[in-house]
Write a protein that binds this ligand. Structure first.
Ligand code: PLP
Length: 384
């Protein structure tokens, strides 16, 4: 079996992730921050250690500015619903995942104004187009860091500088880039960074978070859920301090134990090493697929300017058929269709059938890439 669906979720996970989760379940297990006994304190340490790991990865000075959520979808919903109000204007791109687009469309129904800046057919974004879309009531730019359809890396840092210049909030969706590209919120001009644990961070599902930068007005930032935090229990009103204001309910402590281990594993490997290995694999895959007659590869097709996600189609075959044959005849597991991003497919011209997507990860090998190229060649030859 060849697992090429890392863009949906990474698999396998580093063994240390499983070990950390088993250790938590076997030896700790208690509710973090809810009781004063030794196991509750130990559980709280696991969660805080995960906060410190995230802070180190994204160069965040204060780990308490990290709000854990169950995934990036929840993080983006928190940022958008918590900060935008009727009459505000927000700018986004046409390469967004529905996790960004749907909450924005919902807010549009409630009176928030939205501009979707078109990207090129390769999925690239001109920062100048973002600048041109700014109005007097613009308060936020909300941008995907890298496309989950064609892998294109969007110019988050350049747009971040524009956001700083015009005093706008910058929200970045790092679902596909956390752990693969170096992200420094301050240098990149990002005020709100959403991440998910189970993709390029190699952690378990059910983990993620929103990092809240110093420029964000906390008083104006409404929580999207209220409840028990284990702190200030004498009050019926929600605490105002971070992260408790936004972290109600028992956290996914076992998941965070795994995320802590996966991020420390990434830091040990070195992001640069992970990235350069994935560039090599992507380069090989792009060259191989492009050399097959009848295969159309989408996106910029430059491994240095994209993540390890590659979309393609074979002339004469439906994407769903290709995906099925790759699984059944070659044991290659990948994803087909619109990848929860209809806007991206409209941008690259593949709506509504979509594409076949190979999502590579750190555990894939050159041999697997070569085998997959040969499999696609065979399927393409059947059509001639
Ligand atoms: C760019 C992007 N944003 C958001 C998401 C949503 O991730 P999750 O389901 O972990 O919230 C994904 C998942 O594919 C994604 O690729």
């Amino acid at each position: 079996m060849i697992y090429f669906d890392n863009t949906a979720t990474s698999f396998p996970k580093p063994p240390c992730v499983l070990e950390a989760m088993a250790k938590f379940l076997n030896e700790v297990g208690a509710n973090p921050g809810r009781s004063g006994h030794r196991l509750a304190i130990e559980s709280g340490r696991f969660v805080y250690s995960a906060r410190e790991a995230v802070a180190e990865l994204f160069h965040v000075a204060d780990p308490l500015r990290i709000v854990f959520t169950s995934n990036v979808t929840e993080a983006l919903n928190l940022a958008l619903n918590g900060l935008l109000k009727a009459g505000d204007h927000v700018i986004t791109s046409s390469m967004e995942h529905n996790s960004m687009m749907r909450p924005l469309r919902c807010l549009e129904q409630k009176g928030v104004e939205l501009t979707v800046v078109p990207c090129s057919q390769q999925g690239t974004l001109d920062p100048g187009d973002i600048k041109s879309a700014i109005r007097s009531n613009t308060v936020m730019i909300a941008l995907n860091h890298a496309s989950n359809v064609v892998g294109t890396i969007l110019p988050v840092a350049e747009v971040g500088q524009i956001a700083r210049k015009y005093d706008l909030m910058m929200l970045a969706d790092a679902a596909q880039t956390a752990g693969v590209l170096s992200i420094d919120m301050e240098k990149d001009g990002i005020d709100l960074l959403g991440f998910t644990g189970h993709k390029s961070l190699y952690g378990p599902m059910g983990t993620g978070g929103l990092i809240i930068g110093e420029r964000v007005d906390l008083e104006a930032f409404e929580p999207i859920k209220c409840g028990g935090t284990g702190s200030r229990s004498e009050h019926e009103s929600q605490p105002e301090f971070l992260p408790d204001k936004f972290e109600s309910g028992t956290p996914n402590a076992v998941g965070l134990a795994g995320l802590n281990a996966s991020i420390r594993w990434i830091l040990d490997q070195g992001i640069e090493n992970i990235r350069s290995y994935e560039i090599q694999l992507t380069q090989r895959l792009l060259e191989g697929l492009k050399s097959i007659s009848g295969v159309k590869v989408y996106g910029g097709q430059d491994a240095e300017k994209q993540i390890a996600t590659v979309s393609f189609n074979i002339q004469g075959k439906q994407p769903s058929e290709i995906c099925l044959l790759l699984d059944e005849e070659f044991g290659i597991l990948c994803r087909v269709g619109l990848h929860c991003s209809p806007a991206s497919h409209k941008t690259i011209g593949t709506f509504p059938a979509g594409t076949v997507r190979f999502g590579l990860g750190f555990f894939n090998t050159q041999d697997e890439v070569d085998f997959a190229i040969a499999a696609v060649r065979k399927l393409a030859e059947e059509e001639r």
